[in-house]
Design a protein. Structure first.
Lengths: 236, 114
């Protein structure tokens, strides 16, 4: 399985018999990736729809729930994820242009981009672990001894719905990151060996699209989970 | 960042200016600024729905930068452009109907027996 996967990822840049040109092959590859991302939009769209529905039903509970989150940590994690997107762009760019410095060969630069993305991704997930553990300490985990953090609002018990969605949305997002990071670990040695270069970089570019999509999901999660608590004063 | 790159497998022997990475770097800076702006815009307790609309507008601007520059949709073929834009457009339409539905449920009189 792993061998087949690595063969697929690093296959030579030959034009398959059902394509007329390499350009057509590349376009088909990206079209497929974009269609995959479109269904990912719908996948996350479903949970965002649940969020909209319950937010309209329990606006105060959602604001009170959001006020329990650390906005600074959320903002820092956003910056970390944006940096990981940039290092991914660097890996794709290095493969596309064949960039090499005096000291390092082209494959090393592609690998550096991937390592940077892995490091920033791991930092993001590390912060998430700290955040999740504080929710356990403060009894804010749904179905595990949840205690509403506020009482003087309408439906304080609905803060549990907010935290269900918080864990659901950020958890699914983190799962996508873990999958992406596992794929990157397989890609690393292949990148170092120069599998991806000026004539063969469709896989790195396609993977880059996936990683940027994960970034896009977070761009929406950050304001609607972390920042809505700021829309009014502190609820108690 | 080095000022020049050397191309592998390129027998022209020329090196290309590494300006290609610059737009991506400036995009990263713009995304940083927009993240700080979205945080600052949340501070004055704008209330609902203004706070949501401001946050949504900034998020859409950030996504446009990521999709356009980082994901190279800007300058790609019309087929990819239409696929990418329609993916987000359909979900936008879905949310427009969803919000219209949940926000107006109390206004609708449901007659007994329906």
């Amino acid at each position: 399985m792993i061998r087949q996967l690595t063969e697929f990822m690093g296959r030579e840049a030959t034009v398959a018999h059902h394509f007329e040109t390499a350009e057509q092959q590349k376009e088909s590859s990206f079209l497929g990736m974009w269609l995959f991302l479109c269904q990912e939009v719908l996948f996350f769209g479903g949970i965002f729809a649940a969020y909209v529905n319950y937010r309209v039903m329990y606006p105060e509970a959602f604001i009170a729930g959001s006020q329990q989150l650390d906005v600074f940590i959320g903002a820092m994690n956003t910056l970390v994820l944006l940096c990981s997107s940039f290092t991914m762009v660097y890996a794709v760019w290095a493969a596309q242009t064949g960039f090499r410095s005096k000291r390092w060969h082209n494959g090393a630069h592609v690998a550096f981009g991937l390592v940077g993305t892995l490091v920033f991704g791991a930092a993001f997930l590390g912060v998430k672990v700290v955040e999740y553990s504080s929710k356990f300490e403060h009894h804010l985990v749904p179905n595990l001894g949840f205690i509403p953090p506020v009482s003087n609002i309408e439906h304080p018990e609905a803060t549990e719905i907010f935290f269900s969605l918080y864990f659901g949305m950020t958890g699914l997002h983190a799962l996508h990151m873990v999958v992406g990071m596992a794929i990157m670990l397989v890609m690393l040695p292949m990148a170092w060996k120069g599998k991806w270069n000026t004539t063969n970089h469709n896989f790195v570019e396609g993977f880059g699209l996936y990683w940027h999509f994960v970034d896009i999901v977070w761009i929406f999660i950050f304001p609607f989970i972390y920042l809505i608590g700021n829309s009014v004063g502190k609820l108690t | 960042m080095a000022h020049h790159i050397y191309t592998d497998g390129d027998d022209r022997g020329a090196f290309i200016k590494s300006t290609l990475i610059k737009p991506h770097f400036f995009t990263l800076l713009a995304l940083f600024v927009l993240t700080i702006v979205t945080y600052l815009a949340s501070l004055p307790h704008l209330g609902e729905p203004l706070a949501d609309l401001v946050a949504l507008a900034i998020a859409v601007a950030k996504v446009a930068l990521v999709v356009g520059i980082f994901m190279h949709v800007k300058g790609s073929s019309p087929l990819i452009l239409v696929t990418a834009v329609s993916g987000f457009f359909w979900v936008l339409l879905f949310f427009a109907y969803l919000v219209a539905d949940v926000k107006t449920r109390d206004m609708v009189t449901v007659f007994p027996g329906w």
